[in-house]
Design a protein around this ligand. Structure first.
Ligand code: HEM
Ligand code: NAG
Ligand code: NAG
Ligand code: NAG
Ligand code: NAG
Ligand code: NAG
Ligand code: NAG
Length: 560
């Protein structure tokens, strides 16, 4: 054969070999996953009916078809748990989407996974979140590396320190209220207002950066949202798309440039102030990252602050953390905030009670509450009912969950042993929070359960409430989120009335009776639009979000 023909044939052969290897490896992995679950099945561990070819994929599909398209996975998991008879845990084989996974439905096994064994974050987290955040970050790190970064950032998220940030948060919420006022009468998704609010807050608090994305488009926000939509969390095939790689790389650079640039500025400010001996916070409070930078330099005996250049490795990793804060800090808070307004709409007596609390603490003039709070941020601690409403909403609508790498054996309340080696372990917050074996009147919205004393039947059992997870890997933004939510409620609930408007939104979008009838004719059945009779069900979108962003009307009810 002439040698130039070899050149043509060779690459084709190599390609076949490569495809062959990939095929073999994935078949091998598929077999391993199915075989693992088969072993567990033979041990009579709790799980729905299973088979070699589809594992639990078809069964899960059957459960999913009872719910609207894109319903949050943990809502479905809760339904599976109910049908299995409220077990403490059960396995699902969802290969190729997930490794065999033990889903945890009750507090004690959740404690074992997150607190007692402190199971490590799975490698799947790195694949999912590192492209969005640029590199290893607090959500994905393990071991010593995680410990180093967590202890560096911890002081900036401590409650006492966050109190200094209250005025900055009030500024952001003020813009939010101005925007809501302009809404009078229109039907729009509330999330289009709450999401920019939470982004403004987290960047102001963490980086002292005024995005002002509630009023103007910001390239950082545009890049993040583009990256989230392209990363297709949960789709294992997405990563083979070359366009995706290109788009992610482009926006990765933009985000690093903006966040890295701001970080550099904070460093210079710190450096300049160390030279001139005037404190940085003479005019405004320090951001989380300024505190982190000075912590870092304290550890290094200040040598680096004097040297005026920020260590490159440190700057890169701090940038990933800040990008994570923007990602993790907006998605979750925006969802919870919208669900609180929804609960206040559905429970007018709770809304009334909350208004009374705000009046008692911040006086009768609702428009002046922000001034009073600015002058005395500690008043936030005098709103136990508001906190109870936040907690009860987060119990019923937790926006996240916690996934871990398995290893040790977990034990249920009957002493049954659940192996987790070669498995993932998932604390399904939605399922734990609504488990009728754990909570009295589990499905009812009862803020008072957070105010009764330990002898009362409604008193929350230990380890059962974990929307921020518990244990060493508990959310670092836990206290920031609560402060942010309280301030927003104090500044809005007495002034605005939020009402869902899904029907009007359907009309506006032309989704009328005709279209529904057509859909019914096409698919042979009425499309499911609600969960528990509610259109504002939790939809899977990164975290869980109220469906369609919660179309609503906002009315001004008091001019202050
Ligand atoms: C209502 C709001 C929030 C909820 C429900 C929430 C929920 C969670 C949960 C469940 C975890 C643990 C995940 C796991 O174990 O796999 C977590 C971790 C984390 N969250 Fe949040 N989060 C919220 C707000 C925030 C905010 C505002 C920030 C901003 C800084 C943030 C930053 C983080 C970080 C950095 C971690 C990783 C912590 C570590 O492992 O050291 N979160 N969050
Ligand atoms: C709401 O926000 C989404 C996502 O940012 C956007 O696509 C949509 O156009 C916005 N809708 C309105 C009515 O502003
Ligand atoms: C720090 O000081 C230098 C020189 O005095 C000045 O050029 C620079 O703008 C200052 N940087 C900041 C962020 O204040
Ligand atoms: C900082 O200074 C202390 C005491 O002077 C010393 O023990 C320590 O090793 C120094 N740390 C670094 C990182 O140089
Ligand atoms: C309520 O407070 C606002 C803001 O301080 C002020 O402009 C307004 O005049 C006050 N209204 C009354 C009735 O005191
Ligand atoms: C608003 O609150 C501030 C701060 O407590 C107070 O000084 C001021 O008198 C109040 N203004 C009105 C109009 O109530
Ligand atoms: C938030 O504050 C409370 C009360 O000070 C504290 O017990 C808790 O550990 C804090 N959360 C985090 C994640 O730091």
């Amino acid at each position: 054969m002439p040698s130039n023909l070899y050149l043509l044939v060779l690459p084709v052969n190599v390609l076949y070999v490569v495809i062959g290897i990939i095929l073999f490896l994935s078949l091998h992995r598929a077999y391993k996953a199915r075989a693992r679950v088969n072993e567990l099945r033979k041990m009579s561990m709790p799980m729905p009916p299973w088979n070699w070819f589809t594992g639990h994929l078809l069964i899960l599909q059957r459960y999913m078809s009872k719910f609207p398209k894109d319903t949050f996975i943990n809502v479905i998991i809760s339904d599976v748990a109910r049908e299995l008879g409220n077990v403490d845990m059960f396995y699902l084989d969802l290969w190729p989407f997930l490794k065999p996974t033990l889903f945890i439905c009750s507090p004690d096994p959740a404690f074992q996974a997150a607190n007692k064994f402190n199971l490590p974050k799975p490698s799947m987290y790195r694949v999912m979140f590192e492209p969005i955040n640029g590199g290893p970050n607090l959500l994905t790190m393990n071991g010593e590396q995680w410990k180093f970064w967590r202890s560096l950032f911890n002081p900036g998220f401590a409650p006492a320190y966050l109190m200094q940030q209250v005025p900055a948060i009030i500024d952001c919420v003020q813009t939010f209220t101005d925007r809501l006022r302009d809404l009078d009468g229109k039907v729009l998704p509330l999330q289009n207002f709450t999401t920019p609010l939470t982004m403004d807050v987290i960047m102001r608090v963490a980086l002292d950066l005024e995005l002002n994305c509630q009023r103007n488009e910001h390239p950082l926000v545009n890049s993040l949202l583009t990256m989230i939509s392209w990363s297709k969390l949960g789709n294992p095939l997405a990563r083979f798309n070359p366009v995706r790689t290109f788009v992610l790389r482009k926006h990765d650079k933009i985000m690093n440039r903006i966040i890295g640039g701001e970080l550099q500025k904070r460093f210079e400010e710190l450096h300049n102030s160390s030279q001139s001996a005037t404190d940085v916070d003479s005019k405004r409070s320090k951001s989380v990252v300024t505190l982190t930078l000075s912590e870092y330099h304290k550890v290094n005996n200040n040598s680096k602050v004097e040297s005026a250049t920020l260590d490159k490795h440190f700057a890169d990793f701090a940038t990933y953390q800040l990008r994570l804060f923007l990602f993790a800090g907006h998605d979750t808070v925006t969802s919870v905030l919208v669900y609180i307004y929804h609960m206040l709409y559905k429970h007018p007596e709770v809304r009334y009670h909350m208004c009374q609390e705000h009046e008692a603490v911040f006086g009768p003039n609702a428009s002046n509450a922000s001034n009073i709070l600015r002058a005395n941020p500690l008043l936030l601690n005098q709103t136990p009912f508001t906190l109870a409403v936040i907690k009860e909403t987060m119990r019923l609508f937790p926006p996240a969950g916690a996934m871990r790498e398995g290893g040790p054996i977990l034990v249920d309340r009957n002493g049954l042993k659940f192996p987790t080696d070669d498995c993932l372990v998932s604390n399904s917050h939605h399922t734990i929070h609504r488990n009728p074996n754990v909570w009295v009147r589990a499905e009812d919205f009862l803020p008072e359960r957070w105010l009764v004393d330990a002898s009362h039947e409604l008193y929350p059992p230990p380890d059962a409430f974990r929307p921020f997870e518990l244990g060493p890997r508990m959310c670092i933004g836990h206290n920031l989120s609560l402060i942010e939510l309280k301030i927003t409620l104090i500044m809005t609930v007495r002034t605005f009335r939020v009402e869902p408007a899904y029907e009007k939104w359907d009309e506006l979008k032309g989704k009328g009776i005709a279209e529904r009838a057509l859909g019914k004719w096409w698919s042979g059945c009425e499309k499911v639009l609600t969960v528990d009779g509610d259109r504002a069900y939790q939809e899977e979108k990164g975290g869980a979000h109220p469906s369609e962003g919660y179309p609503c009307t906002v009315q001004v009810i008091s001019q202050g």
